[in-house]
Design a protein around this ligand. Structure first.
Ligand code: G6P
Length: 597
């Protein structure tokens, strides 16, 4: 996700900001920018692409002597990765950087536009600086900042500088990280530890609903509108560890991050009781008669999962194909059908080619993708971004989670346009970030259990309905990370062949949700148990015949069970692979993005 740095002090500010941003590169970005406030003047620079481009742009600029600086790397979610959309965003005499999503930016923008204020960018962030200057006309700068912050809804970590108050940096934080570090003469800001290591030893991790300002000699932090004491804690010193937010692997960090990124998927896309996708412009898709979905790898499993939802909720006939198969099939793309491609990277060669073919055949195309401006996004008629942020682990986790949620929302969106009541779905959707929280108790349990699954002659992950593609995904995760043989299978299909393999060294991981064909799946599992298979059941319902059991929570919707089980299969694959001594983040023979056929 985006990165933030800030600095108050006398060193060459441009260099401090560029160095800080460099340390945040691992978070992924597609544009960058910085601004320096010194002697009541603001200089700013922005560039699309790598930090080198930004460094080149400000090569001739120097800013020694006491002053203030802010810098930002942006991962596009609202608006394309262009220079105009890059941070800092500018008003007439102030500028701002921001991480997160301002959920109510449209309302604020409309309000300000009615007052004659015009906006330059397509971002949600610009409302912060415009609203600040709107209030600062009639009041003190800090009061204006406080007032604007109280109006923001959503997630934000933000730094603002202004010529109106050229001795301060204003900051605010809610549901996105912001850290302040201090030396005797300097103050640093950053969105992650990595940018501060080596610069300061002591930091304050701001709590949610915080705001305040820092100047040469002051640091005032308000928490829930009450001035708090500046109690510093020690900053960790290991950068690699800091980049992983203290987790052992990027994959582990990404599994734990899922609850947050799922909140981001929802942000600004539920208005009242309705799903809205700005990305679809005015396309309401209600006349779509058929859906074809194409993808590879994990994205293919997201596609397959969503087909159940498009059938069930949107009442649209949906076919799913592996992109490399679709390419040479001379597939039929019908009029009034919608062709959807799903890709984390937006660069997968097979998926891109499938998209080209569908376009040539005249289909209307939608990309579900995590990377704006990627080849797939540029080519598709419409693109919906999945907002997972950069995914470093080669084995996809949070990208999958965000794809599923986005596709489920798309299914609801189409259903609503057709007039179906989707209130039950919306209630469940809102609950998903909570469901996706990883508890220490669950992780410990999976860690303990994993020692029993390090050998054997194979794994079957089984499930029915939407839990069948989840079984495929669980098996893929295990294969990718542990190099053990694993298959995903529809539970009801085991009796048509694979059951011949059943013995005590065949490990079955059974997904047994309560709210989706529980009894049917249970019978299938009993058939395997009768043949002496070793079975790990994952279910909210106790199952005394299983060898191992992971109890999930009672949920009100089967998709909540889906997300809970998704986390379990991800953690299981990771823990088995750690025990086997494999490289979790970079499994052998695999690449994160496959741009060849
Ligand atoms: C590679 C990766 C997988 C990924 C697949 C599709 O095989 O190793 O993790 O699922 O490509 O990638 P995409 O970026 O199109 O989702």
């Amino acid at each position: 996700m985006c990165g933030i740095v800030g600095y108050i002090g006398s060193r060459e500010k441009k260099n401090i900001i560029l160095e800080g941003l460099k340390e945040l590169e691992y978070r992924g970005y597609d544009s960058a920018g910085l601004a320096v406030l010194k002697d009541k003047e603001i200089d700013f620079f922005k560039a699309v692409g790598k930090l080198e481009n930004l460094a080149n742009k400000c090569e001739a600029f120097s800013s020694e002597g006491f002053g203030f600086a802010i810098g930002h790397t942006r991962w596009a979610t609202h608006g394309k990765p262009t220079e105009i959309n890059a941070h800092p965003h500018l008003g007439e005499y102030s500028c701002v950087i921001h991480n997160g999503i301002i959920e109510n930016y449209k309302e604020i923008k409309e309000k300000l536009e009615k007052e004659g204020i015009s906006f330059l960018s397509q971002t949600d962030t610009e409302v912060i600086v415009q609203l600040f200057e709107y209030y600062a006309k009639d009041m003190d700068a800090f009061d204006a900042f406080k007032k604007l912050v109280s109006e923001l809804k959503g997630a934000f970590a933000t730094l603002l500088i202004s010529k109106k108050e050229p001795t301060k940096v204003f900051f605010a934080k809610n549901a996105a990280p912001l850290i302040i570090g201090k030396n005797a003469d300097e103050t640093f800001f950053a969105s992650a530890d990595a940018a501060l290591i080596g610069k300061v030893n002591d930091v304050i991790y701001l709590e949610d609903v915080s705001y305040g300002y820092a100047s040469k000699n002051e640091l005032l932090i308000y928490e829930n509108d009450i001035l708090r004491a500046n109690t510093f804690v020690k900053l960790p010193s290991d950068k690699a560890y800091a980049q992983k937010d203290g987790f052992r692997f990027f994959m582990e960090k990404e599994i734990y991050e899922q609850s947050n990124v799922l909140s981001e998927v929802l942000m600004g896309r539920i208005e009242g009781e309705e799903i809205i996708f700005d990305e679809l412009k005015n396309e309401n898709l209600k006349d779509v008669e058929e859906l074809s979905i194409c993808a590879c790898g994990t994205s293919y499993h997201a596609a397959l999962s969503s087909s159940y939802l498009f059938n069930r909720l949107s009442k649209v006939k949906t076919s799913v194909e592996i992109a490399s198969e679709f390419r040479y099939k001379d597939g039929i793309v019908k009029e009034n059908s919608l062709f959807v491609v799903i890709s984390q990277s937006g660069e997968t060669a097979d998926t891109l080619e499938a998209l080209k073919i569908a376009k040539q055949k005249g289909a209307k195309t939608v990309a579900i993708c995590n990377v704006d401006n990627s080849s797939i996004v540029r080519l598709a008629d419409y693109s919906i971004l999945t907002r997972a942020g950069i995914e470093k682990g080669v084995a996809s986790t949070k990208a999958f989670a965000t794809q599923i949620l986005t596709l489920w929302m798309l299914a609801i969106f189409i259903a609503q346009k057709k007039g179906f009541d989707m209130n039950k779905e919306l209630k469940a959707l809102r609950h998903i970030p909570k469901v996706a929280l990883v508890t220490q108790k669950l992780h410990d349990k999976i860690h303990r259990l994993s020692k029993r699954y390090l050998d054997g002659h194979g794994f079957f992950f089984i499930g029915r309905d939407v839990f069948y593609p989840l079984a495929l995904e669980g098996a893929l995760k295990l294969k990718e990370l542990s190099y053990l043989h694993a298959e995903g299978y529809p539970a009801g299909e085991m009796k048509h062949g694979p059951i011949a393999l059943a013995d005590s060294k065949l490990y079955t991981i059974a997904l047994m949700p309560e709210l989706c064909l529980y009894d049917k799946t249970k019978s299938n599992v009993e058939e395997l148990i009768a043949r002496d298979s070793t079975v790990l059941c994952i279910s909210p319902n106790e199952f005394e015949l299983s060898d191992d059991f992971i109890k999930t929570n009672k949920q009100e919707h089967f998709m909540c069970e889906f997300f809970e089980m998704m986390i379990i299969v991800q953690l299981l694959a990771m823990e088995i692979s750690i025990r086997l001594g494999n490289d979790v983040d970079m499994p052998r023979n695999l690449a994160k993005s496959v741009t060849v056929e």
